[in-house]
Design a protein around this ligand. Structure first.
Ligand code: PRP
Length: 177
């Protein structure tokens, strides 16, 4: 049986989102910003974050996969859809739900640098440094988390649970009956 155990509450998330939005706003000081969400996991966090920032922003999305479902963590990142907005000369803020190995974040950083972005920064709600396999810099981090499987607030298990307002750890219970 699968059970969900509360890991980070809705109010903790919202307080954190407000803090991150404030930091970003101070750093960019009214400069235009292209905010890019990495689909699918980032969409809830991005929606909340941009509504807490008072900056001139554009929004776009990028879709990647870090491994085929059959071969978990092959280390290969594939780009499925890039942004449609022009990037050259812009300040790009990449929004992620989680940085795990860092392979996806590293790939995205290179993708925008190659397109001539003026600056590229990464904002991730969650950071799992114990799993890191790259030295990618994550500029804004909401919560550092241990190596447990989290769902909710955009994060999924088999595409389920993304709609939950809080973050939960997913625990498999062995049914003794
Ligand atoms: C997750 C997450 C990041 C990536 C992080 O995406 O949203 O994009 O993995 O992992 P990494 O640091 O090891 O590269 P996932 O491929 O699970 O897709 P999803 O966002 O659609 O859930």
């Amino acid at each position: 049986m699968t059970t969900l155990k509360l890991a980070i509450s809705e109010s903790q998330i919202q307080e954190c989102v407000g803090r991150l939005a404030q930091l970003i706003q101070v750093d960019y000081q009214d400069q235009p910003l292209l905010v890019v969400g990495a689909l699918n996991g980032s969409f809830v966090f991005l929606a909340d974050l941009i509504r807490r920032m008072n900056l001139p922003i554009q929004v776009d999305f990028i879709r990647l996969s870090s491994y085929d479902e059959s071969e978990k963590s092959s280390g290969t990142v594939r780009l499925h859809h890039g942004v449609r907005t022009s990037v050259a000369g812009k300040n790009v803020l990449v929004v992620e739900d989680i940085v795990d190995t860092g392979l996806t974040a590293q790939f995205i950083r290179g993708y925008f640098e190659d397109q001539g972005a003026a600056t590229v920064r990464i904002c991730s709600l969650l950071d799992k440094p114990v799993r890191r396999r790259t030295s990618v810099t994550v500029d804004y981090v909401g919560f550092e988390v241990p190596d447990e499987f989290l769902v909710g607030y955009g994060l999924d298990y088999n595409q389920q649970y993304r709609e939950l307002r809080a973050l939960y750890s997913l625990e498999e219970e062995i049914d003794g009956s």
